[in-house]
Ligand binder design. Structure first.
Ligand code: NAD
Ligand code: UDP
Length: 312
């Protein structure tokens, strides 16, 4: 099996590449390292079946690449912390970059395509938990729009290519994911809280901390992505992948403080505009179609992630 992973030097992509290498596949990664890191794939680079191309998918011509059984498109900055600094890069990679990749997919006669979409397509949802049928509640003209609308436009592009060329294109709506290989500086809730807790520095809660998130450990996430890419014909091409264990941000801070035995204080800072108040996946479709559900409970996953952060 030959697999292409764009964004394969990032957090989730590096785990996905490792999983496919363990299963005996040949893995090609295209990544411009804008938010990824070669350290995430240091061990994989030594493997004969792993090929790394440091390229931007917005400008890459793909001329050195063969045809693939599965193409995973994970290339995109993903943390709200960079939405301001990398807004244009996010817009480009999720539109121009995706179109270039789909054109390569068609031309190379590759078989299955999986796009990494996000729970952010549901925006600040008025329905909780969020089923795949929900259209979302997104502000198209705000600080999160480059990402939220970028991913929504990407889904629209995929819909049109699917209709036009009858291709096997699939969409994973990924919910908050955490675990080893997260960038400690990426500003996301779990990485921030663990980094702060390990240094006994104040843990920064934005707003009153009553907003909720449902966090999925990365090994569960890549198992879900693996199944989504390898499953035979899919009736419904869009699938939520995430862990429905919904917690408030305040609760997440408390858990991390306990697990790391930290003396950190909890401080409350101003919350960003359009920060979703609730988020939780409905995963009945993943359960039924993929036979997938998460297996790592939150406390165990946080412990494993804290161990990783201690060692880097
Ligand atoms: P990440 O930033 O660690 O990984 C993204 C990778 O894409 C990085 O290695 C980056 O260098 C690369 N990249 C970005 N723009 C590129 C370009 N133009 N050309 C080539 N490579 C490029 O983020 P992640 O958390 O691993 O996210 C991976 C994917 O999953 C993203 O598409 C993200 O939107 C999606 N996602 C992630 C989460 C999450 O909680 N981590 C949630 C929902 C969706
Ligand atoms: N958050 C927080 N403190 C932090 C980082 C994040 O309170 O140091 C909150 C943030 O406001 C949001 C939630 O945690 O409500 C998740 O934020 P993250 O950036 O991880 O991802 P999001 O789900 O918003 O894309």
């Amino acid at each position: 099996m030959r697999i292409l992973i764009t964004g394969g030097a990032g957090f989730i992509g590096s785990h996905l590449g490792r999983l496919f290498i363990e299963k005996g596949a040949e893995v090609f990664v295209v990544d411009n390292l804008v938010t990824g890191n070669k350290k995430n794939i240091g061990d994989l680079l030594k493997n004969d079946g792993f090929h790394f191309f440091e390229k931007d998918i917005v400008s890459y011509d793909y001329k050195d690449l063969p045809s693939f059984d599965i193409v995973y498109d994970l290339a995109s900055p993903a943390s709200p912390k960079v939405f301001d600094r990398l807004s244009l890069e996010i817009i480009r990679v999720n539109s121009l970059g995706l179109i270039k990749l789909l054109d390569f997919f068609v031309k190379s006669k590759s078989k299955t395509f999986v796009f990494a979409s996000t729970s952010e397509v549901y925006g600040d949802p008025k329905v909780n938990p969020q089923p795949e049928e929900y259209f979302g509640n997104v502000n198209p003209f705000g600080p999160r729009a480059c990402y939220d609308e970028g991913k929504r436009f990407a889904e629209a592009i995929i819909f049109s290519y699917r209709q036009k060329f009858r291709l096997d294109l699939r969409i994973a709506r990924i919910f908050n994911t955490y675990g080893p290989n997260m960038d400690p500086e990426d500003g996301r809730v779990i990485s921030n809280f663990i980094t702060q807790a390990l240094k006994n520095k104040p843990m920064t809660i934005y707003g009153d901390g009553r907003q909720t998130r449902s966090c999925c450990f990365v090994s569960d996430m890549v198992n879900g992505l693996y199944l989504l890419g390898t499953k035979g014909n899919l009736e419904k091409p869009i699938i939520n992948i995430g862990n429905p264990d919904e917690r408030s941000v305040l609760e997440i801070a408390g858990l991390i403080k306990t697990i790391t035995k930290s003396r950190s204080k909890i401080v409350f800072l101003q919350i960003g505009k359009d920060d979703p108040k609730v988020r939780c996946p409905r995963i009945t479709r993943a359960e039924k179609i993929l036979g997938w559900s998460p297996t790592v409970d939150f406390e165990t996953g946080l412990g494993l992630t804290a161990d990783y952060f201690k060692n880097i």
